[in-house]
Design a protein around this ligand. Structure first.
Ligand code: SF4
Length: 279
């Protein structure tokens, strides 16, 4: 068994959250630059320019990418041969609280649906754990702003609605989101499972590398089709119109009941804060 100290985990999470709130991934920035070069609309070009300028300022480490620094979501893959000193979820919560307090990031979590008191630490995080082979802990960490999260949807389609039904559901979601999801967006789609599993698939799909290609050729083609169709909607950067609505579509799948075709659409705004940490 390999022992990992709670303090080691907390510190890694703290550092990851502060860094990701100030830095977009290189291939995300490259896609923004390519989109800006290809836009026809002067206003759309200017909005993407603002997004690029904003991330230049954020990476200096003083101001975060957005005033909404998000609610933290963690997918933890925990090796059977790891012994954790203390509780892993507590360690991650501690790291998140330290990041938001020490890093001067906005605390956006309220404790009760109606009383709405701020917890003042941006915790609790939303935590998902799986046990896996090996002696490591792998954490996928996201900070999800409410603008795009609020525009995400789950549809329980009939199997006969098939691929056309899936395309309609994703396009309807992105059209209804419009500028409120702060495009250019990336779109995570969960196909299969059930109500909650499809939402988790969609959320985890957003961790995939923007430049990867799905192993299943049918799904890879659907990702490309959706990417093209979403950019034909005309929503454009921040909803001002243009051909840059979406930078990528990533679909994750899971087996499902014979009578179901769940489709979840998790929208990610241009402040895409996703990172991975291995301990
Ligand atoms: S949706 Fe994203 S970019 Fe827009 S306000 Fe929220 S976190 Fe910021």
């Amino acid at each position: 068994m390999r022992k990992i100290l709670k303090a080691t985990i907390s510190k890694k999470v703290e550092e990851a959250l502060i860094t990701m709130n100030h830095t977009l991934k290189d291939n995300f920035v490259a896609r923004l630059k390519k989109a800006q070069a290809e836009e026809n609309s002067a206003l759309a070009k200017s909005i993407i320019n603002d997004v690029l300028h904003n991330q230049d300022i954020a990476k200096e480490g003083v101001f975060p990418l957005c005033q909404d620094t998000g609610m933290v979501v963690v997918f933890a893959d925990v090796g059977y041969e790891v012994m954790i000193e203390g509780n892993l979820e507590d360690a991650i919560n501690e790291g998140a609280a330290n990041a938001y307090v020490r890093g001067f990031l906005r605390k956006s979590v309220v404790a009760h649906p109606f009383k709405r008191e701020n917890t003042k630490t941006n915790t609790p995080i939303i935590y998902h754990e799986r046990r896996v082979e090996g002696n490591k802990i792998h954490l996928k960490i996201a900070a999800k702003g409410a603008g795009s999260e609020n525009m995400s949807r789950v549809f329980m389609l009939k199997p006969t609605e098939g691929e056309a039904g899936v395309i309609d559901a994703v396009i309807k979601t992105v059209r209804e989101a419009g500028g409120r999801a702060c495009p250019p967006i990336t779109v995570g789609v969960g196909l299969g499972g059930n109500l909650e599993k499809s939402a988790l698939l969609a959320k985890e799909a957003l961790f995939r590398d923007l430049d990867d290609t799905h192993d299943d050729p049918t799904i890879a083609t659907l990702e490309k089709t959706l990417y093209e169709k979403l950019n034909e909607t005309g929503v454009g950067p921040m909803g001002v119109g243009g051909k840059t609505t979406c930078l990528a579509v990533k679909i994750n799948t899971f087996p499902m009941h014979i009578a179901s075709l769940p489709v979840a659409v998790n929208i990610q705004c241009h402040a895409s804060r996703h990172t991975e940490v291995t301990l």
